[in-house]
Structure formats: structure tokens, C-alpha cells
Design a binder for this molecule. Structure first.
Ligand code: ADP
Length: 484
């Protein structure tokens, strides 16, 4: 069984999808920026500060500030030097002896260097002395604010063993972290803003034209007679709109053609059927005298002939539409074809004292390349029309001439001619000019379109020159055969 997809959010569009995608990106990234980004930067800055303080502490110990001869009191006398070092690293420096006494504090002279010392062991806060770095630490409240404490053991002096501690305020770390975080936030908002601009650009340059194309093609699909899609841009969308408009026009033309085609067919079938029905009814009702019967039989035969011709021509044209025309191209003598057509129509022409003459390029056979049967049909249709539309007692001329590698075949009559306004339409299917209706009761309006299709399939041309009231000349071209 075919599964049906159910859209819980209704019909979606590319625009909505991209908007949802954008909003999800903004929300998720914003969450990460707020919840994770700040902590991450703080941790990075803390780590970096710890590394740089550690190196500073090592440098300080190795710098000779603490020498082999130093004792607790000599170190206390160097207090100003420690102050300078503390200022340079923006931190607080403590010296702690191995008993745990803070014997020097660059920020707490009164408290630390006068006895009794603050003793970290007594306060149960000595653990940090065994770690290189301790974060968020106040040494049991000794430091005013939470600090990052870097501990460097002092083993250089014979007389003094202890620790150098550098305490770096958390506030300073936060300030630095906030600085980087603000830069990151600014970059983040710029990127989000640029994405928004890109989205707005997409909206105007892609979604709006796409929507127009979609609506336009929907109209085409349901056959609505809509105005052309207008997209004023010289890009793929503009090109697509033009293509769709052409497609729409073609569809409309095809639609018109189909409607005309059906109405012409039904009209052309109805009139012979009506007359056949009328005459048969008259026979049945005994309204036709036996001596007139032959005349009416002829009419009935002519009407059925007309129906047969119409059906055959429709089938033929339909097969051209479906398969293109399959040609059995061969080299054949066009003069022979002309004579055959002349022979086939001479009887009909004679009845109205019309003579069919030929004026051939030579007495010799003239070989051309083409489908012999189809070209016979073209010549027959043209000559049959010439007979139909010629005035009585006139001459029809079938002529050939050779120019370079082409053979021109023409059929000239002296007849009613074709009005100028009709010249463009005579090749259309079912076209019969009003002018010719009185003279031609048997025509289907398909003969010339079949001729045109056949000659076009040969990749050659067919043309007409006509003067109303004087006559017409139809000329088509075929390649001269190179083999004979
Ligand atoms: P039909 O079967 O009606 O002759 P065609 O397609 O052969 O159909 O011709 C279409 C129309 O072109 C005719 O109805 C007629 O009006 C015009 N026509 C064709 N040939 C001639 C001609 N030799 N002289 C005048 N009009 C012509």
C-alpha cells in the first residue's frame, strides 16, 4: 500500500525551512556562547596566567634575589625588591618558611613581618604549598580575595628553606577573560548579522523569484490563462521565467490547436454523415425515383470517399506527430513521378477542359533523393488542388528545373488564386479559405499541411506564389541525386 506523508506543520516552503534552520543555528550558538563560552574563556585565561606566573616565579628564584647566604631577616630586608617584582607581575608575593610562617608579604607588611607570623600549618592551610598552582584560593581567608596561587619551593639558601608564593587576584583573571569574551561576543553578533543579511539577500534574490516561478508554473499546470511571469533579472531565474512563459504560450497554442482540431474534425465528419443519413432516409421513405437513384448513389459514394480520405489523412498526420516522419529515402526519377500524377488526374481535369501539361528540365530521367511514395503524395495533393481551384478551359503546368545541386518542382495553375490574407494560413491543418469553399466541397484542409510536413522532413522547402483571381504556383525543392 502506498504510504502517505502527513505534514504536521502544513505545507512547508524553502523559505520557512531556511528560516527555521537559521533560528536553530542562532539559538544553539547563543546558548553555547552564554552557557559554555564564558567559562571556557575563563578557564583558558586562568591556565595561561598560571603558566606565565609559574615561569615568572622560576625566573625570580633563579635571578639571584634569594642567595645562598640569605636568612629570614635578610630576605625581609629585601622587601622593596620583592615589591618591585610583585608590581611587575601584578600579583602579591609571599615568602613562607618551612615552619609555615608567612615571613614576607608584599601587600601585608604589618600583619606578616611582625611576629607572631601567620602560620599556614597552624591554620590547616598548608596543602597548597605542595601544588604548583591552586585556583580560587584565599589561604584560609588570609588573602583578601580569592586568588590563583603559584607555589615555588626555595632550596637555594643554606639558611632558609621555604616557599615563594605568587597570588594573582581572580578579579584580574575575570577582567581579562571578560575582555576576550566581549571580543568573541562582538565577532559572534557580526557573524549572526552577516548570516541574517545573507538570508535577506536570499529572500529577495532567490525566494521571491522562486515563488513567482512556482505560482506561474502552478497556473500553467492547471491550465489557467495567466499573465506571463515577470522577473526583471538577467540571471537563471529570469531565464527560467522566459522558458516557462514560452512553455505556457506553447501549451496555450496546443490547447487552442486541440480545441480547433476537435471542432474541425467533428464538423468535417458531421456534414457528410448528415447528408448520407438524409439520402438513405429518403431512399427508405421511397422519396427518390428509380431513375434518379444513380445520381444519389454517386453522391453517397462521394461522401463516403470524403470520409475515408479524411480518416486516412488524420491517421497519417497523427502518425507524423507521434513518430516524426519515417522516410524511406531513395534515388528516384521525379519526371516519372510527375507523369504518373499527370496520368492519375488527367481524367478529372478533362471533364472541365483543363489540360495538365509538363515542362521538364530535360527529356532524360531526373533523379532526386527522397521518399518516392511521399513525394508522389505531395505532387498529387498539389496537382489535385490545382485541378480543383483552376478555372475551366485553362492549363496546369508541372515543371522541373535544376539549380546547382537542387531540383525545383512546381505546379502552376490559372485559377481562383489565394487571397493575400490567407497565404500565411493555408499550411495550417483544417484550413480552408472562405474564398475557395464554393468551388471545393470535398476538401479536408489537411492536404497542404501533409505536403509541408513531408517536405520539412526532407529538410527542404515548399512555397507558394499566388495572385487572387489569376492563379497559384506551388514550388518545392529536393536534392539532386548524386548517384545517377
Ligand atoms: P483541401 O483538402 O481543402 O484542399 P489543402 O490543405 O490542400 O486542403 O488546402 C487548404 C486551402 O488552401 C484550400 O481550402 C484552399 O483554400 C487553398 N488552396 C490550396 N491550393 C490552392 C490552389 N491551387 N488555388 C487556390 N487555393 C488553394
Amino acid at each position: 500500500m502506498k504510504k502517505r506523508r502527513i505534514h504536521i506543520f502544513g505545507k512547508t516552503t524553502l523559505f520557512k525551512k531556511l528560516l527555521a534552520f537559521y533560528l536553530v543555528i542562532v539559538m544553539v550558538s547563543f546558548y553555547f556562547m552564554i552557557a559554555v563560552g564564558r567559562n571556557y574563556i575563563y578557564r583558558q585565561v586562568s591556565g595561561e596566567t598560571a603558566n606565565s606566573l609559574d615561569s615568572a616565579a622560576e625566573r625570580l628564584v633563579r635571578s639571584g634575589l634569594i642567595s645562598d647566604d640569605d636568612t629570614e631577616s635578610t630576605l625581609q630586608q629585601k622587601r622593596s625588591l620583592f615589591d618591585v617584582a610583585a608590581k611587575a607581575e601584578a600579583c602579591q608575593i609571599l615568602l613562607i618558611n618551612e615552619n609555615g610562617d608567612i615571613i614576607l608579604d608584599t601587600e601585608g607588611a604589618a600583619r606578616a613581618e611582625t611576629k607572631p607570623y601567620y602560620n599556614v600549618i597552624e591554620h590547616g592551610e598548608s596543602e597548597f604549598l605542595h601544588h604548583d598552582a591552586t585556583y580560587d584560593y584565599t589561604i584560609g581567608g588570609y588573602l583578601g580575595t580569592a586568588c590563583l596561587c603559584i607555589t615555588e619551593p626555595l632550596r637555594r639558601s643554606e639558611n632558609f628553606h621555604g616557599y615563594l608564593v605568587m597570588a594573582y587576584s581572580n578579579t584580574l583573571i575575570t577582567t581579562t577573560a571578560d575582555y576576550y569574551y566581549n571580543i568573541l561576543l562582538t565577532v559572534y553578533f557580526i557573524v549572526i548579522g552577516l548570516l541574517l543579511l545573507t538570508y535577506i539577500g536570499l529572500f529577495f534574490f532567490c525566494f521571491i523569484p522562486l515563488r513567482k516561478l512556482r505560482n506561474g508554473s502552478k497556473d500553467f499546470a492547471i491550465g489557467r490563462d495567466n499573465p506571463p511571469i515577470i522577473i526583471h533579472s538577467n540571471d537563471e531565474y529570469g531565464e527560467m521565467a522566459e522558458t516557462l512563459n514560452v512553455l505556457g504560450q506553447e501549451l496555450r497554442k496546443f490547447d487552442d490547436y486541440q480545441r480547433k482540431f476537435l471542432s474541425s474534425i467533428s464538423h468535417d465528419f458531421r456534414s457528410p454523415l448528415t447528408s448520407i443519413h438524409g439520402y438513405l432516409q429518403a431512399f427508405k421513405d421511397g422519396l427518390i425515383q428509380p431513375e434518379d437513384a444513380d445520381h444519389y448513389y454517386d453522391i453517397l459514394i462521394a461522401e463516403t470517399d470524403r470520409l475515408t480520405k479524411l480518416t486516412n489523412q488524420i491517421i497519417e498526420l497523427n502518425s507524423y506527430d507521434r513518430d516524426n516522419i519515417l522516410l524511406n529515402v531513395d534515388s528516384f526519377d521525379i519526371h516519372d513521378t510527375i507523369r504518373q500524377v499527370q496520368g492519375a488526374l488527367v481524367g478529372r481535369a478533362d471533364k472541365r477542359d483543363i489540360s495538365i501539361k509538363t515542362e521538364l528540365a530535360s527529356d532524360e530521367p531526373l533523379f532526386v533523393d527522397g521518399d518516392p511514395e511521399k513525394i508522389h503524395q505531395v505532387l498529387f495533393n498539389l496537382t489535385e488542388n490545382a485541378v480543383k481551384f483552376s478555372y475551366d478551359h485553362t492549363t496546369i503546368l508541372l515543371r522541373t528545373s535544376v539549380k546547382k545541386d537542387k531540383v525545383f518542382i512546381s505546379v502552376r495553375d490559372s485559377g481562383i488564386g489565394i487571397p493575400k490574407d490567407d497565404l500565411g494560413n493555408i499550411w495550417d491543418r483544417f484550413y480552408k479559405s472562405d474564398h475557395s469553399r464554393g468551388r471545393d466541397k470535398t476538401g479536408t484542409g489537411l492536404g497542404l499541411s501533409i505536403c509541408k510536413e513531408i517536405i520539412t522532413a526532407h529538410k527542404e522547402t515548399i512555397d507558394v506564389v499566388s495572385t487572387e483571381g489569376a492563379g497559384s504556383t506551388f514550388t518545392f525543392r529536393l536534392p539532386k541525386s548524386q548517384t545517377n
